[in-house]
Design a binder for this molecule. Structure first.
Ligand code: PRP
Length: 191
């Protein structure tokens, strides 16, 4: 099932010199996120019945989604993390991926689910998928909370997708702009 999100009226704004300036608006409220996370966890739980998959989160943005997802899954899982830097302090991708933390758990011969907060150009996932396949995983599926389409460069097949979004710079629920806004409980679009 695909859930597509459309923009709503701005509901967070700042006032400067009596002029209303939109700073960010809520795109996906926390209740909608939690409901969708539970649905993804249900699907993973039934697909991996009788197995013990390793969930690998791609830091840092994934932390809140990862913690919520893992705790909703009803089968035993193991967890590990990868850190891949791709963005600088700007709204566009540098186009380069730097692995700053590798997985620490042996993944050879294991079912692995790679968990990502957002897929944008697709460069990060393409790089990490290739690396995990080289390590000889038994199977590899991708779970991403947000599939954002406007700047996709690489074809990425997402097995468990939370929300598909056409465009916009998203912050909150782990997503940042220049390391800000990660703490917001809702997913917002930055203006
Ligand atoms: C963000 C996001 C994804 C990646 C997606 O990570 O968390 O990992 O960018 O972009 P792409 O599809 O264009 O490669 P970022 O490198 O900004 O680090 P962060 O998770 O710490 O915010």
């Amino acid at each position: 099932m695909k859930v597509t999100v459309r923009f709503k009226e701005p509901d967070i704004c700042i006032i400067v010199n009596k002029e209303k300036i939109v700073e960010k608006e809520i795109l996906i409220p926390r209740e909608t996120i939690q409901k969708r996370v539970a649905e993804l966890a249900d699907q993973i739980s039934s697909d991996y019945e009788g197995k013990e998959p390793i969930l690998i989160g791609i830091l840092n943005g994934v932390v809140f989604f990862f913690a919520d997802l893992v705790r909703e899954i009803r089968i035993p899982t193991m967890i590990d993390f990868i850190r891949a830097a791709s963005y600088g302090s700007k709204k566009t991708s540098s186009g380069t991926i730097r692995l700053t933390k590798d997985v620490e758990m042996p993944v050879k011969g294991k079912p692995v689910i790679l968990v990502e907060d957002i897929v944008d150009t697709g460069l990060t996932l393409t790089h990490i998928v290739r690396m995990l396949k080289d390590k000889g995983v038994e199977s590899l599926k991708i779970c991403a909370l947000i599939d954002k389409l406007e700047r996709r460069d690489m074809t990425v097949s997402i097995d468990y997708c939370g929300f598909q979004i056409e465009e916009g710079f998203l912050v909150g629920y782990g997503l940042d702009y220049d390391e800000k806004y990660r703490h917001l409980p809702d997913i917002c679009v930055l203006k």
